[in-house]
Design a binder for this molecule. Structure first.
Ligand SMILES: NC(=O)c1ccc[n+]([C@@H]2O[C@H](COP(=O)([O-])OP(=O)(O)OC[C@H]3O[C@@H](n4cnc5c(N)ncnc54)[C@H](OP(=O)(O)O)[C@@H]3O)[C@@H](O)[C@H]2O)c1
Length: 283
């Protein structure tokens, strides 16, 4: 197994991780903090407790974290978020747009306009607004990393569908918002080429074992174990994208590790627990 990369350049950087109260976002925040990144974790009021837990976990491991509560589906709250986040440790160097949600499951033929708008507000407009707010300071310092978290649902699944057709149809609008985010990210990466600011989209290869995905993931873990990955896989891939200067990628977590020939590390940022090709025990 190859030796793991040097993450020391991340020490002292400041990150904002959205949706960090649980799941992938919390794992990403913990992993970045393990490399000395000062992390601002944010989620909505619903998750205030989860955010406090995330902060405690980071602080108990010797890291630095600050919590900011904001509802990203509310444009006014997210407009204030960057100012509040930057007030904690200074300007944001690393923005991980991870928060996402599906306000309503409905097929594309009947998704009501209000729900469609709410879905795009949270999954597309919120990350774009945060990027536009973070960019001036990143450009000034000629260093920045934007990682937008996407989903394989950004594309229509091949047939036969991996699951009930009704569910695949109900995810079409969510997928459309993620596809919009991916296309935006590629365009932004091209615009910013050479500026020191790198922009990428990253998705779990199929499904990450998070609290919200647990029911499906546990079922899949029995039938198709290679489809399920621990949250450490996304945390690893985000850490790799932050330490490297790759830009304009749309990639999956395992694919990126395989491309970079990097081992999978635990959230402590040092213990090797696998690699892109091995299956890792899922709790
Ligand atoms: N888990 C998977 O298998 C999987 C697969 C493909 C893609 N993804 C992507 O990976 C990312 C994380 O997934 P996950 O499974 O870890 O999600 P999750 O467990 O559902 O967590 C989502 C996070 O976003 C926050 N959030 C949701 N709505 C919000 C709002 N209006 N304002 C502020 N924060 C909000 C949530 O907190 P509150 O709602 O309490 O505020 C929570 O912290 C998402 O972008 C998702 O699309 C995940």
């Amino acid at each position: 197994m190859p030796g793991h990369a040097d993450f020391s350049a991340l020490s002292g950087k400041v990150a904002l991780v959205t949706g960090a109260s649980r799941g992938i976002g919390r794992a990403v925040a913990r992993r970045l903090a393990a490399h000395g990144v000062k992390v601002v974790v944010t989620a909505s009021e619903r998750s205030a407790r989860g955010l406090d837990e995330a902060r405690s976990l980071i602080e108990h491991s010797g890291g630095q974290a600050h919590t900011v509560v904001a509802d990203l589906s509310d444009p006014e709250q997210r407009d204030r978020l960057m100012m509040r986040a930057s007030g904690a440790f200074g300007p944001i160097d690393i923005l991980v747009n991870n928060a996402a949600g599906i306000p309503r499951y409905a097929p594309p033929s009947t998704m009501p306009r209000a729900d469609r708008r709410a879905l795009f507000e949270l999954n597309f407009h919120a990350p774009v607004d945060l990027i536009q707010q973070a960019l001036p300071a990143m450009r000034d310092r000629r260093w920045g990393r934007v990682v937008n978290i996407s989903s394989e649902m950004a594309q229509q699944p091949g047939i036969p569908y991996p699951g009930p057709a009704k569910m695949v149809h109900a995810l079409a609008l969510y997928g459309a918002a993620k596809a919009a985010l991916e296309r935006y990210s590629e365009g932004l990466a091209a615009e910013l080429h050479g500026s020191g600011v790198c922009v990428n989209t990253l998705a779990p290869t199929k499904i990450a074992m998070t609290e919200s995905a647990a029911a499906v993931a546990r079922q899949m873990a029995e039938q198709r174990p290679e489809w399920v990955e621990p949250t450490e896989m996304m945390a690893e891939a985000v850490a790799q994208l932050c330490r490297a200067s790759l830009t304009g990628l749309r990639t999956g977590s395992r694919e990126l590790l395989h491309l970079l020939q990097q081992p999978l590390l635990a959230l402590d940022g040092s213990t090797v627990i696998g690699n892109a090709l091995t299956l890792v025990d899922i709790d």
